[in-house]
Design a protein around this ligand. Structure first.
Ligand SMILES: [Zn+2]
Ligand SMILES: [Zn+2]
Ligand SMILES: [Zn+2]
Ligand SMILES: [Zn+2]
Length: 552
């Protein structure tokens, strides 16, 4: 996928090309494998014909792209390192410490004539040591943010498409109703008519249906499709820039350890890497709203139904892309569908108390019920139960990310496939009953967040379950509900501290207190961000009302 945005851009240097494609067909194709025996690169197609080392060996020997750090320094990288980034035909020769800039002779002539300390590169590079560890950490941070930005743009494009599809469905539904009414009319009239007299209504009907279809074709559908393309175009531009910037920085990042023995290249690579980070950070600031939320409006909405036996306890909130909202009401054992105005329009009883629920597709959710996961579909404002998964343990929390389910048992976090196959155990702590209570996943799937109820902590894990950060705060007493927005912003509820906080994506610091007791927070247990209304929706324990905060 990453290659699609890259290959269209003629500016981009293909650092590793398939050796076979290049020598036999004179075309440049991104390499996906490297064979350390043959010293050759292979694309996905050519690797299939690579059988040089005997039947048993050939599949093992090549390094895949995940081992790109073990590939040698590419000739193209070496060449492009030595080229001025402004004057693409000139070789770098000097360094200006005043501007912290690598210069070619043109650069010196045009911009650094008055700079006193311009030094030839070999001299500038000698004896200089770069802190590669720090550089590597900040590079990885920027790379991770760039991936998040890309995923964010892709998610908005997807939800635009979903709302377009919804619109299309409504128009098709309207068309269907019209055609059926024509047919009905025809049915009632033909019953009382002889064969000769039927010709007239049929041709009239044919005309009518033809007009309907013509309208359908040229009017709203076409308009909406154009509107969709118009809205998607700038997102695509940003997404492709993300891919390009990520590609450049990533390749510099993996090149650095390969040039460590060569002072000049090493000096250039580290300077270029820093420059790329700065450029990427500016780009991210402009295009990735991973900022701190500010609340600029709030409202309260009653979600009680006449058939409810208990006061409501909204343990989960899911915002659908079309603006509707689903809430799980624990003690009334219901899942309720709310309109865009947060009025209950439909509901479904579940077998037992639902502690959590998550979005699977724009029209499907998965509800945790004890040791079962109940899937529910939403269609035309109606809820219907579909399949079920049986688990070997309790389910206190459930989240879906990129086709995987993350499920908490109270003391452990597991990863499952959507069909219910256990992929792996990720994290566990049996020192108390609710150490792994609720979970959430970053849009790219590289950060997992857990609230530990008993330990008053928010934990941040890597994709493989390694603990990366622990956050505790007096303002986060008995943490419960947790949510990550499509832009990667982390929201968390403090049950006994009556707060909703925004925490940095690294899971190390608080960015904002979004709601407190003053805003009606009393035992908040669930939180969800709705992109379509730019609001944060909070569910409370023992309250018939949900709280909605409009945010910027
Ligand atoms: Zn090839
Ligand atoms: Zn080989
Ligand atoms: Zn230059
Ligand atoms: Zn200068």
């Amino acid at each position: 996928m990453a290659t699609s945005g890259i290959s269209k851009n003629s500016d981009v240097v293909m650092y590793y090309c398939c050796t076979i494609c290049k020598t036999e067909r004179s075309v440049e194709i991104h390499a996906d494998f490297y064979c350390e025996k043959c010293l050759k690169y292979f694309c996905r197609t050519c690797i299939n014909s690579h059988r040089q080392h005997g039947r048993w060996f050939y599949k093992k020997s090549p390094y895949g792209k995940d081992k790109i750090r073990k590939w040698p320094l590419s000739k193209k990288m070496e060449t492009s390192l030595l080229i001025c980034i402004i004057h693409k035909r000139e070789k770098l020769t000097m360094f200006c410490p005043d501007h912290n800039h690598l210069c070619c002779s043109k650069c010196v002539e045009l911009n650094h004539r008055r700079c006193l300390q311009v030094t030839p590169l070999p001299q500038a590079a000698s004896g200089k040591s770069t802190n590669f560890k720090n550089l590597s950490v900040s590079t990885e941070n920027t790379l991770s943010k760039m991936k998040q930005c890309q995923t964010y743009q892709e998610n908005i494009m997807m939800s635009l498409k979903v709302s377009y599809k919804e619109h299309e469905r409504l128009i098709v539904d309207g068309l269907r109703v019209n055609i059926i009414s024509y047919l009905r009319e025809c049915e009632t009239s033909t019953v009382n008519t002889t064969h000769e007299h039927m010709q007239y209504p049929i041709s009239e009907m044919r005309e009518g249906i033809k007009n309907l279809l013509a309208d359908f074709e040229k009017s709203t559908i076409k308009e909406k499709k154009e509107e969709l393309n118009l809205k998607q175009a700038p997102l695509k531009v940003v997404r492709n820039s993300c891919i390009r910037l990520h590609y450049e920085l990533f390749h510099l990042h993996v090149a650095i350890p390969k040039v460590l023995g060569k002072p000049e290249l090493s000096f250039i690579a580290s300077k270029k890497c820093l420059e790329n980070i700065q450029q990427s950070d500016i780009f991210l600031k402009e295009n990735f709203p991973n900022h701190v939320f500010t609340v600029n409006g709030k409202s309260v909405h009653n979600v009680k139904m006449p058939s409810d036996s208990y006061i409501c306890s909204i343990t989960a909130v899911c915002a659908l892309p079309n603006g509707q909202v689903l809430v799980a009401d624990r003690f009334n054992k219901k899942v309720k569908l709310l309109s865009q105005q947060y009025r209950v329009v439909s509901h479904l009883d579940v077998r037992d108390e639902p502690p959590d629920m998550c979005l699977i597709t724009p029209t499907e959710v998965a509800v945790a019920v004890h040791d079962e996961v109940q899937f529910i579909t939403v269609s035309q404002s109606q809820l219907a139960k579909s399949r079920k998964l049986k688990l070997q343990h309790e389910c206190t929390s459930i989240v879906q990310n990129q086709g995987n389910l993350y499920i908490c048992s109270g003391t452990a976090l597991y990863k499952f496939t959507l069909s219910g196959k256990l992929v792996s155990w990720l994290y566990g702590d049996t020192s108390a009953d609710l150490t792994v209570y609720k979970c959430a996943v970053s849009p790219t799937g590289d950060r997992l967040y857990i609230t530990s109820w008993d330990q008053h902590k928010l934990l941040t894990l890597a994709r493989d379950g390694t603990l990366l950060a622990t956050y505790s705060d007096l303002a986060l007493g008995w943490p419960t509900g947790l949510h990550v927005t499509p832009a990667g912003q982390v929201l968390v509820c403090g049950y006994l501290s009556d707060t909703v906080l925004q925490v940095g994506w690294e899971g190390e610091s608080k960015l904002a207190t979004l709601a407190t007791q003053k805003d009606g927070m009393r035992y908040p247990v669930s939180v969800c961000f709705s992109s379509s209304s730019s609001s944060i929706i909070v569910g409370l324990m023992g309250s018939d009302h949900i709280r909605v905060f409009r945010v910027e």
